[in-house]
Each structure stands twice: as structure tokens, then as C-alpha cells.
Design a protein around this ligand. Structure first.
Ligand SMILES: *[C@@H]1O[C@H](CO)[C@@H](O)[C@H](O)[C@H]1NC(C)=O
Ligand SMILES: *[C@@H]1O[C@H](CO)[C@@H](O)[C@H](O)[C@H]1NC(C)=O
Ligand SMILES: *[C@@H]1O[C@H](CO)[C@@H](O)[C@H](O)[C@H]1NC(C)=O
Ligand SMILES: *[C@@H]1O[C@H](CO)[C@@H](O)[C@H](O)[C@H]1NC(C)=O
Ligand SMILES: *[C@@H]1O[C@H](CO)[C@@H](O)[C@H](O)[C@H]1NC(C)=O
Ligand SMILES: *[C@@H]1O[C@H](CO)[C@@H](O)[C@H](O)[C@H]1NC(C)=O
Ligand SMILES: *[C@@H]1O[C@H](CO)[C@@H](O)[C@H](O)[C@H]1NC(C)=O
Length: 898
């Protein structure tokens, strides 16, 4: 143990005993705070609709609970309930005060969105920004006895429309887009108000322009000092970390002092807080702490910072921090050949980290519902379980709930945080910028102490949109001027002041430092030579490595798939579970999606036996049947899984590798998107019912730290081994070539002993027998395995099935069945599977509502039997008949869900 650690530790323990007393006592909520959560009442402005409301919550779920509307997510209820968003709603709450308070403050962590607040019929104030915490002094209005709080929520849709008209009248131009594409079936002018942009619809989701008290609310009745905000930054300086703890104090007075304890280090400091704010800076030796690491690279040690006001009972607040350094490396590839561009990757604690991850959309169309906690926990755990170390909180949603960042800290998931602006232009008049400034101050302070916070990005795709000319409605100079006033003058400045240690990029994607150097809008935001890219293309072969670009960092890419029949059945009447039904087409918001998915999927799979892609899609009569939908959902998930695998491996293969023109050293593969908010064709890897789609299982394979990427170029096999470990890895690679009819016996096997350098991908040269171009590629399946010195396989099989697998008669594939079923514990079942031959894309389902995942699924079996474990997150009694298995030969064809 380094001596520095012992010494610092001993000093701190001594200090702790000296002044331990200020931190004794509990942090239980004080009796001078009245929680305004729970039961409220709602009433429409004209009095026609009323009932009990829940806070936090939203009007749609309140109406549904009052049985005044049906399940908003069923059928086409998103359209049938749209009147809700055109209506003004009153939310009311009565509370009793035992005495006339000396001081009373109403505090709202979030109001959605356009509201006017009255207490005892006196106007308290109004709000316009869903992302801001509001506090109103109501000392004058609060009374002893019964108090009546009323919040009037104006229609967000009508307000946005009025804002757009008013803006146009004042500034003589339009803020693009006025409306989303027709296919979104959404609402217009969402960019004119500070509300979750996707609540007006998106290509993956319906419009539910909610209103309500969307986060906790309270009345604080005390004139003694209280900590209203406690936060911190932890930044490395040489061989130490500088911890800066910051607090805002309400009702501060002369003599108010802030005490700070950092545990378990036992560091105690105190500072004057009489001005209403205080900060404390402490330097801590790197040797004195355990570092926080991203998932897969080490542990996630957290330390607790407690703030308390000296002599004030119940004034304690706590946050958890971690010690880590993050450096965004953007060095020139070659100082003497600048045309080769710059690197763009992150070093955490001094080592390069390939970002393996995904993108997060809002947790639900009704994100204020406390029941969403189950979704946050399952989704973050699902990300961790498949080896992800990063996730982007996308700019069309919201600055997320604390629980997301708490879980990210605990699981080692680095958060790429967009500011909440997406795919649009925004106004930049003083009132709007003031509102954004408040939103940033609140959220940057709220989030900056989390060790998982990786960087801030100004918006989603707005730089790209401006560059690519998506936007009309105003001259280019006006758009540029407004863009820069919002993201550069306002956002970059606030972030530089409040969180100087964290990287800021102008947009996702951007050219990183080059976008900033070029004044905020770069000459090519989606360039492969700088920063990050987003990549979508439905007119290329997504199973082919050659289709992909070679950027520094890919923060979005993907293709749609359909959720399983179980999930569709919860959302649609049976008659509508049909590819071409009006209800199904209603849920496809992606322009061209209905046709493109058929074309893409049937360029690899046969529509049914005997119907080949040449005859598709128009003449496949099968496509109009219910059975087709189940088959197609399975095929679409398989297509998505393989597309994400090939693309992610393409990026990972370029780690540490440069092409002659300077492209390469790709260091991020963050696919679009993790989660879903309704049952529809989308890019999600976990569906809205929290069932993992096939791609989420595939992610565990394509993200494994030591990974053999097998891929086909010009009908010939290529092999690259990727090593994410920070040490060299030695072992044996075995590559086998099988045919459909060879009864699992390889027709050829190659073994080679290798050492793969740390943080590198290395391409191997297999012998001619493996790597020569195949005349009939559909005949072969390739399997790669990594074995340790003892000959034991480490990790999963890497498998390539033929790109044109429609050429393989289904009869040549194995017949698969469940051979054994055993309960291991309350939450674990072991399932044995047997097949008569190679079983491509083997798919296990639970035929009941459940929460959990299999240890593996969607795999191609190249041996007679395998065993998998089903782990449940919530206990459920299952029988063998509750589990089914199928594969490419059978899935969906017997009308069964898959
Ligand atoms: C809604 O609240 C406002 C303000 O208190 C009040 O004037 C109005 O009558 C209320 N509307 C209904 C339907 O209760
Ligand atoms: C009251 O408002 C609701 C919702 O906007 C509307 O459907 C209803 O027709 C209105 N009723 C009256 C009497 O105006
Ligand atoms: C337009 O100007 C009017 C009058 O000054 C003002 O009340 C309104 O808020 C302005 N609207 C916008 C969007 O700036
Ligand atoms: C922490 O260390 C930095 C760099 O050495 C120094 O500038 C700063 O004054 C120190 N802060 C404290 C509170 O000691
Ligand atoms: C596929 O072929 C099998 C056997 O040849 C047959 O039993 C089955 O009905 C066919 N399925 C379809 C959808 O045509
Ligand atoms: C399938 O349905 C579509 C849309 O209803 C229709 O245009 C097409 O003719 C149908 N095809 C067949 C083969 O029935
Ligand atoms: C790989 O190394 C092992 C010993 O570690 C040896 O037994 C084996 O023959 C080697 N394989 C090849 C293909 O060189």
C-alpha cells in the first residue's frame, strides 16, 4: 500500500473525531416541510371533466384512473384523446396549517409546462419551462387553517401555437419546423415552448402533450436557514483531486455556516454561508481514494458528501461522488498532415475507453408517473448486463430524473448528456434565452456531481440540420445568429462557468473542437475525420461490413424492428395485428418504413418457404395475414440484431487502427436506441413491455471485451480480434467452417495462438481454405472461439450466417426443442435446448407476462445442445409449457407469437 494513503487516512480519522458532532442526528424530513405530493383534484376549465389526481403525475393518467378515457396507449387512443392537450386544466390541493407561518415558500421541482399558480385565490406566479425548479414566496398568502392551492395548466398545444404566431409578428420570421412530418401524427410548434420535445410526437413515438405537476412539490414553512441546493465538482489536478462542494442556502443570515463531511474519508470543512451561498474546496491525494471506473474497467466506488448548517436541525443534505478523471482527446492524427483530422475519444483515469453503449429516450410517454421507477431500474440494469459502459441522454427528451444518474454512477455507465433541443431551430429572443439560462443553471448544478457525467452536448442534430439545409422559414444568417446565441453565447457560457471541468460539444453530432473553432457551426458536422457521427441508411446492405463509414465516434445508428407478438397483443385488438392494418400503419411513424423494412428484410430472408426476394414485396400474399406479422416481427428483430452486430463490430475493429487517409481509431459505438414508449416498429433494443428484443441479446456478444469479429468481404472470410482490456491478451483462436448438412462437424478448422495488444484491434490472416472467396457462400456457417491456455472457451461463439440465407432451404436447418426445464431458485430457471442440425437465430420466449432475461437468446446453435438460464427480476412461477423455442425454420410460422 502506498504510504501516502495511510498517512492521509490517519489524519482524516483524527479530524473526524474532533468535529464529528455536527453530523450526528438524522436527515429525516422536517416538520417544517409539507410534502405536496399525493392526492389532488383535477377539473377541466369548463368543468365537464373532473376527478382525483396524483402528484407527481399527468392529466392522461389521471383521466385514465378516473375512467374518463381508456388506456391511452391502446389502439389509436393517442389520437382519440388528443382533445386533452387542447384543454386547460385546473389542479387543486387543500392543505392545513396549524399556525400562521412566519415564512412560506412553495417549491416545485417541475411543472408541465404553462401554468399559473394561485394560493387562496391570490396570484402566486406563473411558469413556462418544464425543466426548471420554481420557488415562490407565499408568506403573504398562506393562512392558519385550510389553504387552497390551484394550478391552472394552459393547453401546451395552443400555447405553442400562440407563441409561434406572436414570435412571427414580433420578429418577422418563422422558427422551423412549424409542424412535424404528417406521418408522426403529432402536434405543431413544440420548439416554441420548453417542454419535452418528443411529447408532441417523434418517429418512434406518439404525441401525448401532457400537463400536470410533473415532479415533487412542497411547501417550506420556516424562516430558519435551509440548504436548498448541494452539489460538487471533482476534478483532477496533478496528483490530486480538487473537490469543490457548493451549496445554496435559503433564509441565510449573519452567522450561517455550512459544514461539509466527505465520507468515508472523514474530511470535514466549514465555510461561511451568510450570503446565501457557500463553497468549500478540498484537495485529496489520488493515493487516498479508490477510483471510479466505467463498467467493464473496474469498480464504481462512491463517496458521500454531507452538507449541514451549523446548529440547524434537519438541515442535512447528501450527495454521492466518485473520483475519476475524464479527458476528451482531440489531438491531430498527424500534426504535419492536418487533412487527416483529429482524434475524438475519451480517456478515463488516463486510459482510453471505447464507448460501448446506446441512446436513451424518455422512460415513458407519461414520465412523471412514480411507477416508472421499475422501468428505470430494469433498463439501466439491462444496459449494464450486456456490457455497456455509456449511454446518451438524447436531446428530445428531458434532463433525466436523479434515479437515472444514480444508477449510472452505481453501474459505471458514462452519460453523454444532450441539452434538451432536437432536430429543430429554436427562438433566441431575450425571454427565451433567460428561461434556458435558468433551465441550465438548475440542471447543470443538479447533475454535475455525478461521476457518470461524461460531457454536455448542445443539442441533437441541429448543427447537422443547419449545415444540411433542413431548415426553412428564415434567412440563413438569422438562423445562424439564433443558433449561436442559444448554444454558444448562452449554453456554452453557463456550462463553462458552472462545470468547467467537463467537456462541452456544440451538438450531437459535431466536429468537436473543430465546430467550436469554426465559430460554432462546422463545415461538415457528420465528417469521419472529426468528432462524432450519426449514421442511417436503408438502401444499403446492413449485413455487410463494407456498407459502413469509419468515423472517430458513432453516437447514433440503427434500423427498426417490431416488438414481439406478446407486446403487440397488449396494445392492439387481435384483428389489427396485421402488417397492413390501419392500426399498425398508424404506429409506423418513420417515413418509408413500411416499404423499406420489407425490402431490407427480404433481401436476406425468404418471405415464406418458396417465396424468394425477387418476387417481393408486392406479391407475397402471406404479408396480409396475421401469421405474417408474427413471422415478420421475428425476422425484423433478427435483421436488426445482425445489422447492429456488423456495424458495431465495424467500429470496434477500427480501435487503434488508422487508414492511410487518416480515418479510423474509432472509439464509440452507441446505437440508437435502448428503450421504447409504445408498441410499434422502432429502433429500440428493449420493447415497451420491457422484453429484450433479439438485438439486446446480440449486444452482449458484440460488446464483449475480448471479441472475435468474423465478417465477409467479397464472399471471403475476414477475422479481426478486438481487445478492450488495458493489458495484452494471449490465447488460442479457433475458427471452424461448417456446412448445413455436416452434422455439426466442421469441414475445416484453423487454430492459431495469438497475443492481442492492449486497447487494440488486430486483423489476422487465416489460411486460404478459410479466406478464399466462396462460390456458394450460402452453404457455410463460420464459428470463432477464444480459448485460454487450458483450452477452455472464454466468451461467446462468434458466428456468421450467410448474407443471403433465403437461398438455404429451411429443411436443411435443425429442428429445435426444449429438452429440459429446471427451477433453480425463486427467480432462476435452467432450460436445456436440443437441435437436430444447425439452428440459426434460435429464439426462446416466455409465454406469460414476465420481467427478466435469458442468459443468451437469438443465438445460432452449432452443437446438439445448449443450456441457458432465465433470470427473473420479479418472481414468477413458471412451468415448462410457459417457455417456447423456435428458430429460423419455424418462428412465427405456426401463428404462435415469437
Ligand atoms: C380554475 O382555477 C381558476 C383560478 O383559481 C378559477 O378562476 C376557475 O374558476 C377554475 N375553474 C374551474 C372549472 O374550477
Ligand atoms: C368542455 O371541455 C371539453 C374538453 O375540452 C369538451 O370536450 C366539452 O365539449 C366541453 N363542454 C362544454 C359544455 O363546453
Ligand atoms: C411579442 O411582443 C409582445 C408585445 O411586446 C409581447 O407581449 C410578446 O411576449 C412577444 N412575443 C414573443 C414570442 O416574443
Ligand atoms: C488545490 O491544489 C491546487 C493545485 O495545486 C491549488 O491551486 C489550490 O490552491 C489547492 N486548493 C486548496 C484548497 O488547497
Ligand atoms: C413451409 O413448408 C412446410 C414443409 O414443406 C409446410 O409444411 C409449411 O406449410 C410451409 N409454410 C408455408 C408458410 O408455406
Ligand atoms: C395486401 O394488402 C394491401 C393493402 O391492403 C393491398 O394493397 C394488397 O393488394 C394486398 N395484397 C395481397 C396479395 O392480398
Ligand atoms: C498453442 O499453444 C499451445 C501451448 O500453449 C500448444 O499446445 C499448441 O500446439 C499451440 N497451437 C498452435 C496452433 O500453435
Amino acid at each position: 500500500m502506498p504510504s501516502g494513503k495511510v498517512m492521509v487516512g490517519m489524519l482524516l480519522v483524527a479530524a473526524f473525531f474532533l468535529v464529528a458532532s455536527p453530523f450526528s442526528g438524522t436527515s429525516a424530513s422536517a416538520d417544517n416541510v409539507i410534502d405536496l405530493g399525493g392526492d389532488w383534484d383535477f377539473i377541466s376549465a369548463n368543468g365537464s371533466f373532473k376527478g382525483k389526481a396524483q402528484v407527481p403525475g399527468d392529466i392522461y393518467m389521471d383521466l385514465a384512473r378516473a375512467e374518463q378515457i381508456g388506456d391511452p396507449l391502446f389502439g389509436q387512443n393517442d389520437i382519440d384523446t388528443r382533445w386533452v392537450a387542447y384543454t386547460n386544466w385546473n389542479y387543486t390541493k387543500t392543505f392545513v396549517l396549524d399556525a400562521q407561518p412566519e415564512k412560506a415558500v412553495l417549491e416545485f421541482d417541475g411543472l408541465d409546462t404553462i401554468s399559473t399558480i394561485y394560493l387562496n385565490e391570490k396570484l402566486v406566479g406563473s411558469t413556462k419551462n418544464q425543466f426548471v425548479q420554481y420557488a415562490f414566496d407565499v408568506t403573504k398568502f398562506a393562512i392558519k387553517g385550510s389553504n387552497n392551492l390551484v394550478i391552472l395548466f394552459a393547453s401546451p398545444v395552443l400555447t405553442a401555437e400562440a407563441e409561434a404566431a406572436s414570435f412571427k409578428a414580433n420578429y418577422s420570421h418563422v422558427i422551423w419546423p412549424e409542424c412535424p412530418p404528417d406521418m408522426y401524427q403529432g402536434e405543431c410548434h413544440g420548439n416554441m415552448i420548453r417542454k419535452i420535445q418528443a411529447s408532441f410526437s417523434w418517429d418512434w413515438g406518439p404525441a401525448f402533450p401532457t400537463v400536470g405537476v410533473s415532479r415533487p412539490a412542497r411547501l417550506i414553512i420556516t424562516n430558519t436557514a435551509q440548504i436548498s441546493m448541494l452539489t460538487a465538482t471533482v476534478n483532477p489536478v496533478n496528483d490530486q483531486f480538487t473537490v469543490r462542494v457548493e451549496a445554496n442556502v435559503r433564509n441565510a443570515m449573519a452567522g450561517t455556516r455550512l459544514n461539509v463531511l466527505i465520507d468515508p474519508l472523514g474530511i470535514i470543512r466549514t465555510a461561511d454561508a451568510s450570503s446565501g451561498s457557500a463553497f468549500i474546496e478540498v484537495n485529496i491525494s489520488k493515493l487516498a481514494v479508490d477510483l471510479w471506473w466505467p463498467n467493464g474497467h473496474g469498480t464504481q466506488t462512491l463517496y458521500t458528501i454531507t452538507g449541514q448548517l451549523a446548529g440547524v436541525a434537519n438541515s442535512m443534505k447528501k450527495i454521492k461522488v466518485g473520483f475519476r478523471s475524464v479527458e476528451l482527446v482531440q489531438d491531430w492524427i498527424d500534426e504535419n498532415k492536418k487533412e487527416k483530422g483529429r482524434h475524438f475519444y475519451f480517456k478515463v483515469n488516463g486510459v482510453p475507453i471505447f464507448l460501448k453503449g446506446t441512446n436513451w429516450i424518455p422512460v415513458s410517454s407519461f414520465p412523471a408517473q412514480p411507477s416508472n421507477e421499475r422501468r428505470y431500474r430494469f433498463l439501466l440494469d439491462s444496459a449494464r448486463k450486456v456490457g455497456m459502459n455509456s449511454m446518451r441522454v438524447w436531446g428530445g427528451g428531458r434532463y433525466e430524473e436523479d434515479i437515472l444518474y444514480d444508477l449510472a454512477d452505481e453501474y459505471g455507465i458514462l452519460i453523454w448528456e444532450d441539452l434538451m433541443f432536437a432536430c429543430s431551430l429554436y427562438p433566441a429572443h431575450p425571454e427565451f434565452l433567460d428561461s434556458v439560462r435558468q433551465e441550465l443553471i438548475y440542471n447543470v448544478n443538479r447533475l454535475k456531481y455525478h461521476p457518470s457525467m461524461l460531457l454536455w452536448a448542445g443539442n441533437n442534430e441541429n448543427e447537422l440540420g443547419l449545415h444540411d439545409g433542413w431548415f426553412s422559414g428564415a434567412p440563413r444568417e438569422t438562423q445562424t445568429d439564433e443558433y449561436l446565441r442559444l448554444y454558444k453565447t448562452t449554453a456554452e457560457t453557463v456550462i463553462a462557468q458552472l462545470d468547467p471541468g467537463r467537456a462541452f460539444v456544440m451538438s450531437s453530432p459535431s466536429e468537436g473542437i473543430k465546430s467550436i473553432e469554426e465559430g460554432g457551426i462546422s463545415s461538415d458536422p457528420n465528417s469521419e475525420f472529426y468528432g462524432d457521427i450519426h449514421f442511417y441508411n436503408e438502401y444499403i446492405d446492413l449485413w455487410s461490413d463494407a456498407s459502413y463509414r469509419t468515423p472517430r465516434c458513432a453516437t447514433e445508428y440503427g434500423v427498426q424492428s417490431w416488438p414481439s407478438g406478446y407486446t403487440l397483443a397488449k396494445a392492439l385488438p387481435e384483428k389489427d395485428i396485421n402488417y397492413m392494418s390501419k392500426a399498425m400503419l398508424h404506429r409506423q411513424h418513420h417515413p418509408g418504413g413500411t416499404e423499406n423494412n420489407l425490402a431490407m428484410i427480404f433481401s436476406h430472408f425468404a418471405c415464406a418457404n418458396g417465396t424468394l426476394p425477387e418476387n417481393l414485396p408486392q406479391v407475397c400474399a402471406f404479408a396480409n395475414t396475421t401469421t405474417f406479422m408474427h413471422r415478420f416481427a421475428y425476422l425484423s428483430q433478427a435483421h436488426q440484431a445482425i445489422a447492429y452486430k456488423v456495424q458495431t463490430e465495424h467500429y470496434r475493429r477500427m480501435m487503434g487502427q488508422l487508414l492511410p487517409d487518416g480515418r479510423g481509431n474509432t472509439m464509440c459505438g452507441m446505437y440508437w436506441q435502448l428503450n421504447d414508449i409504445w408498441a410499434a416498429p422502432t429502433w429500440a433494443s428493449v420493447d415497451t413491455n420491457l422484453r429484450w428484443k433479439m438485438v439486446h441479446y446480440e449486444a452482449r456478444r458484440f460488446f464483449e471485451p475480448l471479441h472475435i469479429a468474423l465478417y465477409i468481404v467479397n464472399d471471403a472470410l475476414q477475422v479481426t480480434v478486438i481487445n478492450d482490456f488495458h493489458t495484452d491478451q494471449s490465447g488460442t483462436i479457433e475458427i471452424s467452417m461448417l456446412t448445413w448438412d455436416s452434422n455439426f462437424t466442421p469441414v475445416y478448422t484453423w487454430e492459431t495462438n495469438v497475443t492481442i495488444a492492449a486497447d487494440q484491434a488486430t486483423t489476422l490472416q487465416p489460411p486460404g481454405k478459410l479466406s478464399q472467396p466462396m462460390t456458394a457462400p450460402e452453404d457455410f456457417v463460420f464459428v470463432g472461439r477464444w480459448k485460454n491456455k487450458k483450452g477452455d472457451q472464454i466468451g461467446t461463439n462468434s458466428i456468421v450466417i450467410p448474407n443471403k440465407i433465403y437461398k438455404v432451404n429451411l429443411d436443411r436447418m435443425g429442428t429445435v426443442r426444449i429438452s429440459s426445464f429446471k427451477q433453480i431458485s425463486d427467480v432462476e430457471y435452467e432450460i436445456g435446448i436440443e437441435t437436430s442440425g444447425i439452428s440459426p437465430l434460435t429464439w426462446l420466449s416466455v409465454n406469460k407476462e414476465f420481467l427478466g432475461s435469458f442468459s443468451d437468446n437469438g443465438f445460432t446453435m452449432v452443437s446438439k445442445s445448449v443450456t441457458v438460464t432465465l433470470s427473473l427480476t420479479e418472481t414468477l412461477q413458471l412451468a415448462k409449457t410457459d417457455i417456447s423455442v423456435c428458430n429460423l425454420r419455424t418462428c412465427g410460422l405456426d401463428s404462435q407469437f415469437s
